[in-house]
Design a protein around this ligand. Structure first.
Ligand code: SF4
Length: 341
């Protein structure tokens, strides 16, 4: 059986004071499921959890894998991906390195020009990664793959971003069994109920990665089945909805919340756009969900226009006050600084 090594590149520098508990390698877990179903062995290495991850990587590479895969996005993650890729090439330059994720998808040229990455899967990777593994296993070139960019000598061949057009419910659940220690440390189960966003904020990775204004919501039944599946597996009733915008479809969100309440599930977090906190949503989440998040980004109308994200500040203050009065324990709002004017 051919092996693929996946490395979570999202981990804090040892000197940093990161306030987040653990970064969930959901992209890697999402591609693990179809790879395993297609008959490949997957080794996941997470430096957040494996203290001696360098040794673990060295052991995993003793028998060269088909490729080493990483998710690359903004932040310290880029440096980690770069350093790990160089390290892997220093062990065995023949091992292909495959990147995916928002940054690699939106800026493949930068990635190819500044790192030893061999291939970049453009956009959602569940389907394309199987073809990558099969081609490498068969010793065939990857240049015929529709959504995999590559560098040939000094020429970058940039391919279009994968355009998902199937049934989102047909995708396998992320393989959380690959990350058991993470789940036990988090003490909750992360659930991604949707992908993308129908809004069009100019800075958002969804515009490139998932497609401009595209939103794929899983059906209520599919989401609840996954909650039930992992809840039973890990013997937990605590979940976080980690969607960028859980509230896009009010009816769907209300159904999922109502059924979660009926099942006595504890939902610890939802994130949504301010305008999507409709009265029926507020009724359901008040007193039920401890952590609610939405982003303001900027109080300047000029900057908001630049970001294509107009936020009604009066409404934002009103909802913050409402959550505070109703004992929401954690309210997160994000702001951006340093934007050009
Ligand atoms: S509302 Fe949030 S998820 Fe949607 S496009 Fe804007 S930043 Fe992205």
């Amino acid at each position: 059986m051919s092996t693929i090594v996946l490395i979570n590149t999202s981990y804090p520098d040892k000197d940093s004071n990161s306030y987040t508990k653990l970064s969930i390698p959901l992209g890697l877990l999402s591609i693990s499921s179809p790879l395993i179903s297609a008959g490949f062995e997957v080794i996941l290495i997470d430096p957040q959890i494996e203290k001696d991850y360098i040794k673990k990587i060295e052991i995993a590479l003793k028998e060269p894998p088909l490729f080493v895969g990483m998710t690359v996005f903004m932040g310290s993650n880029i440096l980690n991906a770069l350093n790990l890729s160089k390290f892997i090439k220093s062990i065995d330059a023949r091992i292909p390195i495959v990147w995916g994720g928002p940054l690699a998808t939106s800026s493949p040229e930068i990635c190819f020009n500044h790192s030893p990455v061999d291939y970049i899967v453009m956009g959602m990777g569940e389907k394309e990664v199987i073809k990558v593994a099969q081609k490498i296993e068969q010793g065939k070139p990857l240049n015929s793959l529709a959504n995999v960019s590559y560098k040939d000598n000094n020429t970058i061949h940039k391919k279009p971003i994968y355009n998902f057009c199937g049934d989102i419910d047909s995708l396998e659940y992320p393989d959380l069994t690959m990350w058991k220690r993470g789940i036990y440390q988090l003490n909750y189960i992360p659930i991604l109920t949707s992908r993308g966003c129908p809004r069009n904020c100019s800075f958002c990775y969804n515009n490139t990665f998932t497609g401009r204004k595209k939103w794929y919501g899983r059906s209520m039944q599919n989401v609840l089945n996954e909650m039930s599946f992992w809840g039973n597996y890990f013997n937990k009733k605590s979940f976080h909805f980690i969607d960028d915008n859980f509230l896009v479809n009010t009816k769907r969100a209300c159904h999922i919340l109502k059924e979660s309440i009926a099942r006595n599930y504890q939902i610890d977090q939802i994130l949504g756009h301010l305008n999507d906190f409709k009265p029926e949503i507020l009724n359901l989440i008040t007193g039920y969900i401890h952590h609610i998040g939405f982003s303001i980004e900027s109080a300047s109308y000029k900057i908001q226009k630049l970001l294509n994200k107009i936020i009604d500040l009066e409404k934002a203050f009103g909802i913050l006050e409402y959550f505070s009065k109703n004992n929401v324990q954690v309210i997160t709002t994000n702001f951006m600084f340093g934007l050009p004017t």
